[in-house]
Design a protein around this ligand. Structure first.
Ligand code: PRX
Length: 568
């Protein structure tokens, strides 16, 4: 029996008060995600239950019970407090998927500070713009990543502490650097958790837009009310489950459903901190007897590519529920997963800004492969006309996805960027910036983004950020960056560049430019192809027409270019 039972019944008189009741939260109470994910589970008598089963390179394993999570997050919180970090200070978590990332996240929240997780593969430039925007006070990182922080530290007088969690004592520490070792620290049994309330800020996740620098999406502790119930009903997490969320907590899926959702429910989760390969993933599921698996379409397509025979080499019979997020989940992937795993991957749609799942497929609901499903109970969703912003009544007609604001996990603002935040609301709707249509049974079907942001393997990349970084390369005069179709990642980054005089186009330079971006920004943002051109198409006002280049890549009609030229 699934947790949700009947979708139609659940949606009838739905109120978020139901989640508040299950969490024993009343309006005005103290609510702290760190406490809910550890202390409360221990108080319920589950302190000895495994919370985290972690595997790193070479099969090294570490295990933590809920009591261990409680103690470790207390200990990290205590250490941070000792450094003078207090409520609402931003603390960046810049680590691989090591236990300290998960435990540190809760420790930061316990002292009322704001957790700012950043993807550890980010290069120094990506890191800098996000730390600069948030005026981050401390960064928790590893030896292998500290070099990137050192490169930019002089530009960041506000960054007071650089905390290294795996320092071996061999190399000398530089200014502002401190060592913290979870293994060697005295566990803190009694800890005074900061009395955060519903609207206290909790997490700051950065997301990329078409123009401008990345935006810091500000969430609050009350988001728990959404994350708890969606994890319970959509992921169907139940007491004996072994759950695996493959997302990195540098991105929102890895925190909302890789930490908060499962741990607030007292669920055991496992983490694999190694690179992707079909064998290592199947082996991990087999070894840990994973029951619920939340992943992303690119991973599923990569598994598909490795073939159905590969699946048969492993015993994956423990799997009972699979879900996916981050990019369009194509019908073939749903059908294939049903064939080889005995159950389909169920699609969910949401974004950094929404904080929790919005459009979902539930256990027990009719699955229409290729559809994102229906709104989660309590979510009022529609598609609106692209010009009038009025809801479209006609099934099948494409419009902009629109949500009525008011669910608990909705972002509260973009950090220091109220103007862009306000621009996301029109006619009383929140517009996430995606297009879809709704069929006659109320299922939503994704048709594309409404902007130029590139979604590569479920990660958003801003063409603006890549173009700006390209211009810093000595050979590049001008650049335009668009998405290019890709069989597995759906989209990859492609750059068109014009060169400065004296530079010869060719594969050597292409490699150099690619590496330059990989190091500065990240492997995700690295162009997979660079096309040298003599000129870039421009509007009369001199703005580069990305849309024209995009249409060419996708073999689409270019349409009326005269309007494009007049554009903007
Ligand atoms: O364009 C949509 C796409 O990913 C965007 C959100 O990205 P991000 O904020 O990084 O969060 C990703 C994980 C929550 C959306 O605006 N997207 C997300 N889920 C889907 C999707 N596109 C199609 N189908 C989905 N299920």
């Amino acid at each position: 029996m699934s947790n949700i039972g009947s979708y139609d019944e659940r949606i009838k008189d739905f109120s978020w008060a139901l989640s508040e009741k299950e969490l024993e939260y009343r309006d005005g109470d103290v609510i702290n995600i760190g406490w809910y994910c550890s202390d409360r589970i221990c108080q319920q008598g589950n302190g000895d239950k495994p919370a985290l089963i972690w595997e790193g390179l070479g099969g090294v394993e570490k295990r933590y019970t809920f009591n261990d999570v409680r103690l470790a997050s207390n200990t990290i919180g205590h250490f941070l407090r000792g450094l003078g970090i207090s409520a609402e200070d931003r603390v960046c978590l810049f680590m691989d998927k090591i236990p300290e990332l998960y435990l540190g996240f809760l420790g930061v929240l316990k002292i009322g500070a704001i957790a700012q997780p950043l993807f550890s593969a980010f290069g120094d430039e990506s890191l800098y713009v996000r730390l600069e925007n948030a005026r981050t006070k401390a960064i928790i990182t590893q030896r292998k990543h500290v070099g990137k922080v050192r490169k930019i530290v002089e530009k960041m007088p506000w960054l007071e502490h650089i905390i290294i969690v795996d320092h071996d004592g061999k190399k000398e520490l530089k200014e502002r650097e401190t060592v913290f070792s979870l293994e060697n620290a005295d566990p803190v049994e009694q800890f005074e958790i900061h009395p955060t309330t519903a609207e206290s800020p909790s997490v700051l996740h950065y997301t990329s837009g078409t123009t401008g620098q990345p935006k810091g999406v500000k969430h609050v502790h009350y988001s728990l009310i959404s994350q708890y119930l969606t994890a319970r009903w959509v992921l169907d997490l139940q007491d004996g489950d072994i759950y695996w969320c493959t997302a990195d907590p540098g991105w929102v899926t890895g925190t909302s459903y890789g930490i908060i959702g499962p741990w607030s429910l007292g669920i055991t989760q496992c983490v694999l901190d190694t690179g992707f390969s079909p064998d290592s993933w199947y082996k991990f599921i087999q070894k840990n007897r994973v029951t619920v698996w939340y992943s992303a379409p690119t991973a599923i397509r990569s598994l598909m590519k490795a073939g159905s025979e590969k699946v048969k080499e492993y015993d994956l019979s423990s799997l009972r529920h699979l879900a996916s997020v981050g990019e369009p989940l194509n019908a073939e992937a749903v059908i294939w997963s049903e064939k080889v795993f005995g159950r389909p991957f169920l699609d969910t749609y949401w974004q950094t800004e929404t904080g929790s799942m919005m459009l979902t497929n539930f256990p027990g609901m009719k699955v229409k492969p290729g559809s994102m499903g229906k709104p989660f109970p309590g979510i009022i969703a529609t598609v609106v006309d692209v010009d009038t912003f009025e809801p479209i009544a006609e099934p099948g007609k494409v419009g902009l996805i629109a949500f009525k604001p008011g669910w608990p996990a909705m972002m509260r603002t973009y950090w220091n960027n109220e103007e862009t935040y306000n621009s996301k609301f029109i006619n009383g709707w929140y517009l996430p910036g995606d297009r879809a249509h709704i069929d006659n049974e109320g299922y939503f079907w994704f048709t594309g983004r409404d902007d130029d942001v590139i979604n590569t393997g479920g990660h958003l990349v801003s063409p603006f950020e890549v173009e700006s970084a390209l211009l810093e390369h000595e050979a590049v005069a001008e650049s335009a960056v668009v998405a290019k179709p890709d069989e597995v990642n759906m989209e990859v980054v492609k750059a068109f560049v014009t060169l400065k005089p004296g530079f010869e186009p060719g594969p050597d330079l292409e490699l150099k430019i690619m590496n330059f971006i990989r190091k500065k920004l990240s492997p995700l943002a690295m162009p997979q192809e660079i096309e040298y051109v003599d000129n870039l198409p421009k509007t009369r006002s001199g703005k580069i027409m990305r849309r024209l280049l995009h249409a060419r890549e996708w073999g689409e009609e270019i349409g009326d270019t005269s309007t494009l030229e007049d554009d903007e």
